[in-house]
Write a protein that binds this ligand. Structure first.
Ligand code: 13P
Length: 258
């Protein structure tokens, strides 16, 4: 069975001092894990620095973004081969902060997803609705559109062994996780949808939840059967909070899986 994957998305936060101060504590907790595993998504400039810290550990590196070009005259961009070169395993694709602040649309995100997967890294596709869309009962439609933008240009096999993170946009940074029943309903719906095309592919996908997770609210998330990971923003920036969250996840998973 796949380990429960906890990704720390540092977003535009952290510095060398933060890494030097905290990384050994994260390594220490990682050594105690059997049912969970940790991956870290630092800002680009710190990936290689972290790579040196993490090379003999099972903690994986995650990139927060990728360019759609493999090389060439694209000032300011980072390519898939560069990420592979420095040991990155996962790439976050289509985070709502990129969709909103950098005007990334579904088609552009689909290209990044396909490029990442075809080059042997694992895309973490972020999907989710705005507050307004939720009010209009459009959650499922929005999520399926985001997935269909990939299926429009590629076979369903592209989803094999990938990650889909359901991150309702209105829950991110709000301090409140989404309603457990609603998270479950949405994830089940997405899983069923992919299963209706190809069950084996659907079974291979890890589904994560993201949006205001912290040590005090994660226990409820384990009631959701189809979740096999978390995408954690703010709570990953305070080491005590992150470690406590990881410990709780490990404890819950050990109860559920043993
Ligand atoms: P917060 O945990 O800060 O709400 O962020 C979630 C997120 O966007 C992870 O990718």
């Amino acid at each position: 069975m796949k380990k429960f994957l906890i990704v720390a998305n540092w977003k535009l936060n952290g510095n060398l001092n933060f890494i030097d101060k905290n990384i050994n504590l994260i390594k220490k907790i990682n050594n105690l894990l059997h049912y969970c595993k940790i991956a870290i998504a630092p800002p680009y400039v710190y990936i290689y620095y972290l790579h040196n810290y993490l090379k003999n550990t099972s903690i994986n590196l995650v990139a927060q973004n990728i360019d759609i070009h493999e090389k060439g005259s694209f000032t300011g961009e980072i390519s898939i081969n560069m990420l592979k070169d420095i040991g990155v395993k996962y790439v976050i694709i289509g985070h709502s902060e990129r969709r909103i602040n950098h005007y990334e649309n579904n088609n552009f995100i689909a290209k990044k997803f396909i490029l990442t997967k075809k080059n042997g890294l694992i895309p973490i596709l972020c999907i989710g609705e705005t507050k307004e869309e939720k009010k209009q009962n459009k959650t499922e439609k929005i999520c399926i559109n985001q997935i269909n933008s990939i299926l429009k240009i590629c076979e369903v096999n592209i989803f094999y062994n990938t990650i889909i993170a359901y991150e309702p946009i209105w829950a991110i940074g709000s301090g409140k996780i989404a309603n457990i029943n609603e998270i479950e309903k949405t994830i089940n719906f997405i899983k069923k949808y992919i299963s209706s095309i190809n069950q084996k592919i659907s079974e291979s996908i890890i589904f994560q939840y993201g949006g205001s997770i912290d040590k005090d609210n994660i226990n409820n998330l384990f009631q959701i059967k189809n979740i096999n990971g978390l995408l954690v923003g703010k709570a990953s920036l305070t080491i005590e909070n992150f470690i406590s969250l990881v410990k709780k996840a490990e404890k819950k998973m050990s109860l559920l899986r043993s």
